[in-house]
Design a protein around this ligand. Sequence first.
Ligand code: NIG
Ligand code: FE
Length: 428
Amino acid sequence: MIDLLIHDAAEVVTLSAAAVAEEAGAAASALPRRGPGQGALGRVRQGFVAVRGGRILGAGPMRSLPREWRRAREEVDARGRAVLPGFVDPHTHVVYAGDRMEEYVLRVGGASYEELARRGGGILATVEATRRASADELAEAARPRLGRMLAAGTTTAEVKSGYGLRLEDERKILETVRRLGREQPVELVPTFLGAHELPPEWRGRPGGEEAYAAEVAGPMLEAVVREGLARSVDVFLERGVFGRASARRVLEAGRAAGLLLRLHADQLSGEMGGAELAAELRVRAADHLEHASRAGLEAMAAAGVAAVLLPGATLLLGSPPAPARAMVELGVPVALGTDSNPGSSPLESQAVAMGLACALLRLTPAEALVAATLNAAWVLGLEGRLGSLEPGKQADLLLLEEPTYLAVPYRLGSNLVRAVWKAGRRVA
Ligand code: NIG
Ligand code: FE
């Protein structure tokens, strides 16, 4: 007897390497370490998924279901429904205190994000609230956000620090991420973003930006690594925030410490050449990229750097859409995230991110699904365990109310997730 059998599904989207290679032909083999050609899905009609010990035993057409898998402790009749891998959200900032709804009203009224930041709103407003909050208060604020993400199908999420901007408060955020990862079902992957904004106490000092970046790259990073608090390190590279020299310093220190590298690149302007720097430093992924140059994207493709698209922030800040089609055509692996944060993108649903990616960025629905699962797992270094329904991988599964994944971007804003399993256990 096996643990879980989902049977007779109208569609099982496996994203399995073998099936995808067959569908995508040369495109898939061109991206061997990053999984599939962006459009190929390994889609099975009338399918099953079998699970034992939290792992996938097999997924395929009902006619190939082995006899010994036909009885399970939990049997789910999936007629008329689709089964997908759980969503992986590779870019969030969900652990913070307070909210910025008043600022949202001002932005709707026409104020720009950078203007509000200059007036003491923006990231620094959240930094103030987060510094004041206790660890318990931070956890309490983040729990319902994670609950909504799970209900919308996210089974793994990256979470960045960056609202503390001094060691004690960055540590408080990252320890809260660790604690929340243990006490609720969404698996959390922590990223140290000490270089998210110049903290108030470093402002107005000549050379303050470089000096604070040295602090982040030095003692702060050392403590974070020593305490095992982060898997990746990220920097907000932007005019008026951190420049190239600071970003380089922090990311090189992160690499030396064994972390994966990420970069907020070319979001509000292209002045910093973020895509180019991401390629030069061979970071795992560069995120946002609304203003990335063609040369920068070509360099990313050549260096094997992934792009993380965040259409929630694009929409809510009124930014130009990131050049997603050019990325796909150049062979840049594309992932998709919510950027869930109190300012630029309070979005919590990867399903909505998929709908926005199709509508605003012209990803195909197939590309958007790969971006929100397998390629997102690759960005986090977890593609060996997560992101597709292949034998031996972790059984993180979604059952949809509709017969195909196409309904996810199509019914923009509806939650079609009927059931969620994390490592084979029903969690929503
Ligand atoms: O990814 N770009 C910088 N950081 C966030 C915004 C965070 C905030 O507004 O609090 C982003 O959009
Ligand atoms: Fe972000």
